[in-house]
Design a protein around this ligand. Structure first.
Ligand SMILES: [Zn+2]
Length: 345
């Protein structure tokens, strides 16, 4: 009898402990899958009017298409970075192979009025940047510019050789009135989620052979990270997708507009945050700063964008530390929703 009581007591204890553990892990999971920021706090940083009228001569319009997909348009020529539009769900990305969705890509091209596209520049070859770029190139007849990894993604998608061009670092590419210079950069420092890291395996630093979808998200290897310096007339724009810097790279560059990747900035050590700001914003001295790579790319572009998940980022902290510094330096900050456009100059 006594033994039976002890056994029941033990079972009760185990059940209680398991319940508490489950509650805690569910609570943790719930927190991790919540948005890491509240966009209502930044309402004054969004434009009050979306530019939809015809682009006046000499002006350049930017349209934000989520993550680091940026469309620049001067009314004659359009150029695009990345063009990642499929945005598979977190579930799909984690547990199955992924592939580009032609219908989604076509609908984004239509909605964003991408019909004069001349070049797509891919900042690195992780899936959330490169996966749709070859199809965007196919549908628009624009040229795909990228690293050897990006070119291998293009070949795997059946893109013709004449529609692709390997990056030639530091050498400007002219497309209409745009002149685009590709600069070597660094990827956001690696991180771990559920024990998995996105760090590049030094034994496999690049996509070494044609990559044909469907593939696992992890098959898209970084293959180098790049910034884009874009000149149009007297004006300059810099697009920096990854939250990292090459010391001294911008010593001799000033720009009018900086599109700056802020993903995971506040998760880095304070010294990194300081250096990132001083090696990018302080050196480039932009009049206008547009944060990019802040949205949860597991959600569709067709819906209003939401900040990255708590699982891997902290949007509110990223914005706070950026706004503290930019207000001191009197730099205007502008957030853009998906498909939102403003004229830069
Ligand atoms: Zn990446």
């Amino acid at each position: 009898m006594k033994e039976k009581m002890q056994w029941l007591c033990f079972r009760k204890q185990v059940w209680f402990q398991l319940s508490v553990m489950t509650m805690f892990s569910l609570f943790g999971m719930d927190c991790a899958f919540r948005s890491s920021g509240d966009l209502r706090l930044y309402e004054s940083y969004f434009p009050h009017e979306n530019q939809t009228a015809a682009i006046k001569q000499g002006k350049v319009r930017v349209t934000f298409l989520g993550t680091t997909s940026i469309l620049l348009d001067d009314g004659e020529t359009q150029i695009l970075t990345d063009g990642f539009f499929t945005r598979p769900s977190l579930w799909k990305t984690a547990f199955s192979k992924i592939e580009s969705d032609q219908n989604i890509i076509q609908s984004v091209l239509e909605k964003a009025k991408i019909n004069r596209l001349k070049g797509i520049f891919v900042c690195h070859s992780h899936y959330d940047h490169v996966m749709d770029a070859p199809l965007v190139a196919k549908f628009t007849n624009a040229k795909l510019f990228g690293s050897s990894s990006t070119i291998n993604v293009g070949i795997g998608a059946g893109l013709k050789e004449e529609n692709m061009e390997l990056f030639s670092l530091g050498k400007p590419v002219k497309l209409g009135k745009f002149s685009i210079t590709v600069l070597e950069s660094k990827h956001t420092p690696p991180f771990r989620i559920f024990g998995k890291t996105n760090a590049t395996d030094s034994n496999f630093p690049a996509i070494a052979s044609p990559l044909t979808q469907p593939v696992k998200a992890t098959d898209y290897i970084e293959g180098g990270a790049f910034d884009f310096l874009i000149q149009h007339g007297k004006h300059k724009i810099l697009i920096k997708s990854s939250t990292n810097y090459v010391e001294g790279a911008f010593d001799k560059i000033n720009v009018d507009v900086l599109l700056l990747g802020i993903a995971q900035l506040s998760l880095q050590p304070l010294s990194f945050q300081e250096n990132y700001y001083s090696e990018t914003v302080k050196k480039l001295k932009p009049r206008l700063l547009i944060p990019i790579h802040w949205d949860n790319f597991f959600l569709p572009l067709a819906k209003p964008l939401e900040p990255n998940l708590k699982l891997g980022d902290d949007f509110d902290s990223n914005m706070n530390l950026l706004l503290q510094r930019t207000s001191k330096d009197q730099i205007q900050v502008q957030l853009l929703q998906g498909f939102e456009s403003i004229d830069l100059f």
